[in-house]
Design a protein. Structure first.
Length: 269
């Protein structure tokens, strides 16, 4: 059983309305032993019709998490995380934001490429499927080449969730050199990646990232692998976690990772 969900959002993220306490209660009911909240902070997120700004009220978030951590300390472990939306133009600002804060865990993620979120239709209207995914990976490579204030890189093929072309199929070989360079930079920096089960929620055959990326990560020497549902409401917490041990063992993994004080600890699958 996977005991820890390390990618969770509440109403401190502008794309969620879930109270933190409701997420904690669901985590307890689901049999989880560790939760890590990873609220969004995306500097310079472009204007959008949903009015999401993705700027975190850090003092309010920190205060509420601390209160609930104390309330539920005998029932579940609650850790303090953040998901940083990284763009080549905001890396210095992201470093400044986290440098003096005692986060247990930091996810670095790419959500915006060329001032567009692949979640929005305009992205794949601008770029054909393969080029859109390639362009997304190019920005990740830029980010991991110069930014190191993170623990794992989130949902490496996030853009693939939103490809509208039903005939498109991901093949590692189409992007192999680019993916390998990303993974090598992550590994050499002592960082990791996550398995994000929101891909399954969106109807993909794999979590994010694709199983070929996960296998290649392991082949290149990657060991740090956190697991997160990317849940924005209680019912999506620990989404399809039950299938992950067998899935990951089939790729060669034998353990997954949790973080406390930004230090990895390994738990058996």
């Amino acid at each position: 059983m996977i005991k820890a969900d390390y990618h969770l959002h509440t109403n401190f993220s502008s794309d969620s309305t879930a109270p933190m306490e409701s997420m904690i209660r669901q985590g307890i009911a689901s049999g989880l032993e560790i939760l890590c909240f990873t609220e969004h902070h995306d500097i310079d997120y472009p204007e959008n019709p949903d009015h999401f700004d993705f700027l975190l009220d850090l003092p309010a978030y920190k205060t509420r998490l601390s209160e609930l951590k104390e309330t539920y300390q005998d029932q579940i472990e609650i850790n303090y995380g953040i998901e940083l939306g990284l763009m080549p133009s905001t890396l210095d600002q992201c470093s400044d934001f986290v440098k003096d804060e005692a986060f247990d865990f930091i996810i670095g993620s790419t959500h915006i490429v060329d001032q567009m979120d692949p979640y929005d239709a305009v992205y794949f209207e601008t770029y054909p499927s393969r080029r859109g995914l390639e362009r997304y990976l190019e920005d990740i490579l830029t980010n991991v080449s110069s930014f190191h204030d993170y623990c794992v890189y989130g949902h490496l093929d996030y853009a693939a969730r939103y490809i509208k072309d039903k005939n498109f199929q991901f093949h590692y070989s189409d992007f192999g050199d680019l993916i390998d360079e990303i993974l090598k930079r992550i590994i050499s920096a002592g960082k990791g990646i996550e398995v994000n089960t929101a891909g399954l929620k969106y109807g993909m055959p794999d979590p994010n990232p694709h199983h070929e990326i996960l296998r290649r990560y392991l082949e290149l020497g990657g060991e740090i692998l956190t697991i997160g549902s990317d849940g924005h409401c209680p019912e999506h917490m620990a989404y399809d976690f039950s299938i992950l041990p067998e899935f990951l063992r089939s790729l060669g993994f034998r353990y997954y990772t949790v973080f406390r004080n930004q230090k990895p600890e390994f738990l058996p699958l």
